[in-house]
Write a protein that binds this ligand. Structure first.
Ligand code: SF4
Ligand code: MG
Length: 335
């Protein structure tokens, strides 16, 4: 399968009054054709900044300072703003959590979709209208014909997100980046939007990079998952392996923190102790070590590289060092 996106040791820094802060330190991930990769982590871990770095939509205080971003065989860190803008309008689209901020309140839904189509297609006036209506029907907006004349505030949150999806897909992008696309919606609508995205992905073959803090959304949507902690990918694997045999202690802790549907909900809820580290004052060695139940002296001193933990699983943890079990065996022998 062809790889659509690959970031390799991506780093991003922000300028602050206290100097430059590295918000993303080591984000290596890949998305293949037609698949959904979820980036999951606690808030403040760098999920959205990763997405914005790929899109080059950081405000002027933020900058990608290291690594490469390969899209469709092209290194996005090498191209200029204009080329990047073309790629965003043509090959990569995005949807965000709150469609109200992305839609213009003073233009009708129809006008906004037509405007999006005009960026990449040259058609006659009637064709634009037909195409826009087609897109609204594709995303299942009820009463699409009348909705063409509605303003954003006349639609519900779920309907607005459908409109955003229509706009995002109007260019038939290779890659759709969706940052918490269902977080602002109630549970029923959330499920409908996820179903819609999956169905459209099947029809159009779009790859999806999904940013979420919600493991329920991951289970529902993702083929593969990149777990990020304090600006680094700590585990990357397929969704089944993630839920059934996680290799990184942080993933394990995240999984323990979701309430179980069966049994006594409250007793089984175990929030992860501690909080994500301050990026200006990071722990030595492994960034997760102050919260890790398996911490050893080595973890406090040396940052672990990313190890292969299984045929399709990578883990940034010393427990996955192939020589680790030998070391343990040797130290037991010496006792
Ligand atoms: Fe825990 Fe050590 Fe692994 Fe870090 S490297 S996650 S501290 S066991
Ligand atoms: Mg975010």
């Amino acid at each position: 399968v062809e790889q659509v996106l690959e970031t390799d040791h991506m780093k991003t820094s922000f300028h602050t009054e206290e100097g430059s802060v590295e918000v993303i330190n080591d984000i290596s991930l890949s998305v293949s054709e037609g698949e959904t990769l979820a980036i999951v982590g606690e808030s403040g871990s760098g999920k959205s900044v990763s997405a914005l770095s790929i899109l080059r939509l950081l405000d002027n205080k933020g900058k990608v300072t290291g690594g490469n971003i390969w899209f469709n065989g092209q290194n996005l860190t090498d191209i200029n703003k204009e080329e990047m803008r073309n790629i965003r309008g043509r090959d990569i689209s995005m949807i965000f959590q709150d469609p109200m901020t992305s839609l213009d309140p003073v233009y009708t839904i129809g006008d906004q979709i037509i405007e999006a189509i005009q960026i990449h297609e040259n058609l006659g006036k009637e064709e634009y209208y037909k195409r826009a209506l087609e897109l609204l029907r594709l995303v299942g907006l009820p009463d699409a014909k009348n909705r063409m004349n509605s303003f954003p505030h006349q639609l519900s949150g779920g309907q607005r997100q459908r409109v955003m999806i229509a706009i995002a897909l109007s260019c038939r992008p290779k890659l759709l980046i969706a940052d918490e696309p269902t977080t602002a919606l109630d549970v029923t609508v959330q499920a409908q939007i996820m179903k819609l995205l999956k169905q459209l992905q099947m029809e159009l073959g779009t790859s999806i990079l999904l940013v979420t803090h919600d493991l329920g959304v991951v289970a529902e949507m993702a083929d593969r998952v990149a777990v990020i902690y304090a600006g680094q990918v700590v585990e990357q694997t397929d969704v089944k392996t993630l839920f059934f045999s996680p290799s990184h202690p942080y993933t394990e802790a995240l999984l323990k923190s979701i309430p179980r549907l069966e049994g006594d909900l409250k007793q089984k809820l175990e929030p992860i102790k501690g909080s994500i580290p301050n990026l200006t004052d990071l722990p030595s060695g492994c960034r997760f070590h102050p919260r890790c139940p398996y911490v050893s002296e080595k973890c406090e001193q040396e940052e672990p590289p990313t190890f292969l933990a299984g045929s399709n699983q990578r883990s940034k943890c010393w427990l996955n060092d192939p020589s680790f079990s030998d070391q343990v065996a040797a130290s037991e022998l010496n006792q």
